[in-house]
Design a protein around this ligand. Structure first.
Ligand code: S3P
Length: 439
């Protein structure tokens, strides 16, 4: 089990290059695998979660190989996947589990998806309900969690479905199943959520129509292999955005970061707190907008009431927002975040525990927390095997008044294997201890 030891550090500086977006990486492999012809992907995230998705498609007969800086996927077409010869293990990856359950529920062979302890606790009913309505035959473990056993069916049916949870994973699962159905599948979201699946489906030639909170796709598309460039992951940049703001005297430029507006709620929240963050050099990478993000530490942040509409646009960034809030003036109220209870860890509980361990005054609420701004003291924080908790509290350590130790840090490899390299590169004082466990 690796541990991070972090000291107050800084100033932080440099132009940082960050790894590829996790959500876009998954989708490029998934859609490339069922397209006709070759898809070449550059900048794919080499994290554990994406490796699980790649292996799942290899298990179903898709050739996926690295060639220099490219990942080359030889698509087998909509009806070309082969039955896997054994259960498919998806590790810690909720995105693989949800998106692949959608896609595989439309196949005429059986598939079983399993996951690690954390993934085996995460809810699946929310997507099984619409998929069953489409005609899928799926069984779950008692409690509505993985393992997911998908039985073969002859035909899946298109549907119109209104999501009750603002979940991009659920919407993507329905759309990926809908690809195999005749006619139009429409999903209505309660609030805007990340839209990478529909953007990439359109790039591959699917007929996609967006209107307000609705997205409609035409089933049985003729998907054609593409050249895909993956933008750098905003969710990974988030740790360094907050580090740059909090560590006195810092200036960081995070290069070519994906700034799709369904992902950048953290920027709006930090601006409400008084931060001034510049976006420069906008361009499109493939169909996704990217920009350089420049942060300087000259602003005193103030506590806020986080607007509910921002929550789905920064769902993975609430832990690092909590770190910013704990160093702000006054109180920050985070609510409407009950989804955090069913992420890789119960992120309301694990953030509150971590803040307590560093001496921050925080009140846990069923759907969020109230944080009193102040200082971080020395302490030991358990990540509970959750990558975003490990990285968020590493940033707390860089501005703490004493040494901070983070336990259970192997999980960082799921989304950001280069985290410690980038942290050291910009001047964080972080030491990795203990042994990495390879599965
Ligand atoms: C993701 C969607 C989000 C996010 C996850 C990745 C995706 O989950 O938390 O890390 O790639 O679609 P929900 O849509 O379930 O909130």
């Amino acid at each position: 089990m690796t541990r991070f030891q972090i000291r107050q550090s800084g100033p932080l500086s440099g132009r940082l290059t960050l790894p590829g977006d996790k959500s876009v990486s998954h989708r490029s492999v998934i859609i490339g695998s069922i397209a006709n012809g070759t898809t070449r992907i550059r900048g794919i995230l080499k994290g554990e979660d994406v490796k699980r998705t790649i292996q799942a498609f290899r298990d179903c007969g898709v050739s996926i190989e690295s060639q220099g800086e490219w990942l080359v996927v030889k698509g087998v077409g909509l009806d070309g996947l082969k039955a896997p010869t054994s259960e498919i293990y998806l590790g810690n990856s909720g995105t693989s589990m949800r998106l692949l359950t959608g896609l595989f529920s439309a196949q005429n062979f059986e598939t079983v998806f399993t996951g690690d302890e954390s993934l085996s606790r995460r809810p699946m009913e929310r997507l099984i309900k619409p998929l069953r309505t489409m005609g899928a035959n799926i069984s779950l473990a008692e409690g509505g969690t993985p393992p997911v056993r998908i039985h073969p069916i002859d035909e899946i049916k298109a549907i119109e479905w209104a999501l009750t949870v603002a979940s991009a994973q659920v919407r993507s699962a329905i759309l990926l199943a809908g690809l195999f159905a005749k006619g139009q599948t429409r999903v209505i979201e309660p609030k805007p959520i990340r839209n990478h699946t529909s953007i990439m489906l359109a790039q591959f030639g699917c007929n996609v129509h967006r209107s307000g909170l609705e997205v409609t796709i035409e089933g049985r598309p003729n998907l054609q292999g593409q050249q895909v460039e993956i933008p750098a992951d905003f969710s990974s940049a988030a740790f360094f955005i907050v580090a740059g703001l909090l560590v006195p005297g810092s200036e960081l430029v995070l290069q070519k970061i994906g700034v799709n507006e369904t992902r950048t709620g953290l920027l709006s929240a930090l601006e409400l707190m008084g931060a001034s963050i510049q976006l420069e050099n906008f361009e499109l990478v493939g169909k996704e907008p990217v920009a350089d993000i420049r942060v300087q530490s000259d602003s005193q942040l103030n506590g806020i009431e986080l607007p509910a509409a921002l929550v789905p646009l920064m769902i993975d960034e609430i832990p690092i927002l909590a770190i910013a809030a704990a160093r702000s003036k006054g109180r920050t109220v985070i609510s409407g975040c009950e989804e955090l209870r069913v992420k890789e860890s119960d992120r309301i509980r694990t953030v509150v525990k971590g803040l307590n361990a560093l001496g921050v005054e925080v009140e846990e609420r069923p759907d969020g927390m109230i944080i009193e701004g102040g200082v971080f003291h020395s302490g030991q924080v358990d990540s509970f095997g959750d990558h975003r908790i490990a990285m968020a509290f590493s940033i707390a350590g860089t501005v703490a008044e004493g040494d901070v130790e983070i336990l259970n840090c192997d999980c960082v490899n799921t989304s950001f294997p280069e985290f410690t390299d980038v942290a050291l590169q910009c001047g964080m004082e972080l030491v990795v201890e203990g042994e990495q466990i390879d599965e």
